[in-house]
Design a protein around this ligand. Sequence first.
Ligand SMILES: NC(=O)c1ccc[n+]([C@@H]2O[C@H](COP(=O)([O-])OP(=O)(O)OC[C@H]3O[C@@H](n4cnc5c(N)ncnc54)[C@H](OP(=O)(O)O)[C@@H]3O)[C@@H](O)[C@H]2O)c1
Length: 297
Amino acid sequence: MNGSSNVLVLGVTGQVGKLVATNLKNREAKFSVGSRRKANLRELADQFGASRFIDLDDPRTFEEALKNVTGVFLITGYTVDMLVQSKSLIDAAKRNGVNHIVHLGAFTTDQDSYATVFAWHQMIEAYLRSSGVAWTNLHPNMFMQNLLTHTSIRGGQYKPYTSKALGFTALEDLAEAAAVVLMEGPEKHSGKDYFFSADALTPQQVTESLTAATGRKFTAAVLDAETFLNETTQPGSMFEPAYSKGGFEFFRYVEDGRMAYVGTVRDDTKKILGREPLLLKEWAQLHADELLEIAGG
Ligand SMILES: NC(=O)c1ccc[n+]([C@@H]2O[C@H](COP(=O)([O-])OP(=O)(O)OC[C@H]3O[C@@H](n4cnc5c(N)ncnc54)[C@H](OP(=O)(O)O)[C@@H]3O)[C@@H](O)[C@H]2O)c1
């Protein structure tokens, strides 16, 4: 990282952004974190060194937040609003002289990414590529951490919405790689697409990894895409309808083979970090206590 670099990390109250900021802090990088939660800015500054107010739904907040910023970690939440949020942030970054944007997308390919959520990320990446700002696009497959945040392993039963293999990445790898890309900057990483899918596993293989890592027996009960749609459109769901539809399409297309590539290994962790990525069974060993607690007795 050269002395004049100053990175802004978005999404630090979420799972990926928080780990990226933690990695930057551990590496003593010069950075600040951005949040729309005014009440939390002080606490975030104490935690990470510096914080800035930014609301991705309000472009009027962008100029101030981007002052003297050289690089941005652009992450958005699980919403179609990612399109307009990212477009206006990229426009403002260009106006304000930001010289590197690292975007967190999805595990996409040019031809086979039919599901809406995947296409939204691709539209953002196309806009970013043509913006004139140096870019790096990160393409993670399913987060291993989903096993901790979803109800998918309660009772020791893993309940995926497809019977087919899925690819997984550990957020430990993705976040560390993102931090290194931000620190090494556009000189090394401009115009690069990096993929994160370290382990491709069928439902049965996922349960074997969890069982081997924890010593507790896990079994698989495969659900389907319709069940995902039904569950995520109930009152109180964390997903908005457009994102539920995207998830439904994703699981349907993996199941019928149109997006079978999702169940493959393609991983650039070693290229960026010089070490192998975590496999699910290794990641599950690190998180064995949490997995056992969620699985219950
Ligand atoms: N889960 C997977 O398996 C997977 C796989 C591949 C790609 N992805 C991609 O990963 C991304 C989500 O990452 P994540 O899991 O870290 O998300 P997350 O935990 O839901 O965090 C989202 C972050 O974005 C912030 N945010 C939302 N709206 C904002 C706004 N208007 N202004 C400023 N900040 C805002 C949130 O802040 P608040 O606390 O203020 O809400 C939060 O810090 C999505 O783009 C998704 O497509 C996920």
